[in-house]
Design a binder for this molecule. Sequence first.
Ligand SMILES: Cc1ncc(COP(=O)(O)O)c(C=O)c1O
Length: 473
Amino acid sequence: MPSHSFPDLITEAQTTEESFLRHIFVRDQMYEWTKQPLIMAKADGVFYWDVAGKRYFDALSGIYVASVGHNNRRVIDAVRTQLDTLHFSPPMHGTNPVAVQLANLLAEVAPGDLSTVKFQCGGSEVTEAAIKLARQYHKLTGNPAKYKIISRYQSWHGSTMGSLAASGLKSRKTVNEPLPPGFVKVFPPTCYRCPFGKTYVPHPQPLSHEGRGEHGCNITCASLVNDVIDMEDPATVAAVMVEPIGHTGGIIDPPEEYLPMLRELCDRHNVLLIFDEIITGIGRTGRMFAAETFGVVPDVICTGKGMSGGFVPVSAMICRQPIADAFWGPISENPGFVEGHTFEGNPISCAAGIAVLREILERDLCANARTQGARLKAGFQKLADKYGVIGDIRGKGLFLGMEFVKNPRTKEQFPQTVAFGTQVGKQALANGLLCRFDPHWLAFGPALVVTAEQIDEMLSILDRSMGEVLAKV
Ligand SMILES: Cc1ncc(COP(=O)(O)O)c(C=O)c1O
């Protein structure tokens, strides 16, 4: 073969063949996945089509990414225009106008005084950046011993070594251990199965800190974070990092007091509160950020996934003004924020980010997420009543999930061998509905542009799939 010749590309149809698939690692277990590979060829609105032409309702926005729908014209036009203007600027020497514009836009739409942005390409990169920001901030402000990060079991903050060390999923961690030191875990607020055996009773009025003693569970999951900081020594703790609503574990939606309590105790111990809003940010829970949904201003928000609608990779770490100010000073005293990647603030990514925010704000897609989310939740409740195997429905806006149980009264789970959730998820996929599935739960996150008719279509495929699986188990 002459050195200048280009090898023949395999055809689209061939991309489902095992011999060709052996050249790629995907996220799934390769050996099993290759038996029935899912290869998407095109998409439009809330639908995908695979290479064989089968249509799928995308009830997951890919993976909470295609926030403004596939094939969104406004984002495509913005990316095309930017491609013709500037596709890359030198990151070691500066940035570009689009990155500065998007940073200022994010400062406008973020809650409180969250106003200074570090752009990256993916979620792991910005959660990792937030960890570094917390450590560097405390060094710059006279607390160099503060380095520990407190996060939660069942959480997912990313695949890089630091973000993985903060994550709490044994299935993804054990194979990569040993992980970096300095990460401490607490139990998450899984009220349906409280790790402390308590029962949450919603309080009729907002609680004062003292009033919590009379409460059903005393929000032990939050007060224990305080005890853990105490036991670790507050002088060594840099930050608490949580997803406002956890994903893995089946949509962990905290009681309303939980995040305000974390805010209070972080303030008490001079510990930064980091919200990982990689999924929940950019409209997903019915407000621009879940921080607003819960009425809490964290010190740092990390967001990604839906930020560019999936057209190009982009993510952002946004910090409060006083934190950014600590990195502002003469070079002799202050090295600035020591963190960076080659593709940060890429102009194409930032152009997509601006177009997505314009789409969300001008079409009021946060309101649509609240309306359609309520419709979806009501539909899940009807399925719970019809089939009697949905124990709990959780989430906010268009970030919703359900936990399956064999017996809703006792909360007894289906045996692992049945893996009911996985069966329903696979049946739904066979019936043309894409959602996130696990042996015991399903999660859903359709595009923020989804319509009422489309929600009903989703529910009807799910209804059929549950019925078909129940007829077999
Ligand atoms: C809550 C959360 N944080 C961080 C990440 C990591 O993001 P990425 O996969 O883009 O690196 C994810 C990815 O699923 C996530 O769900």
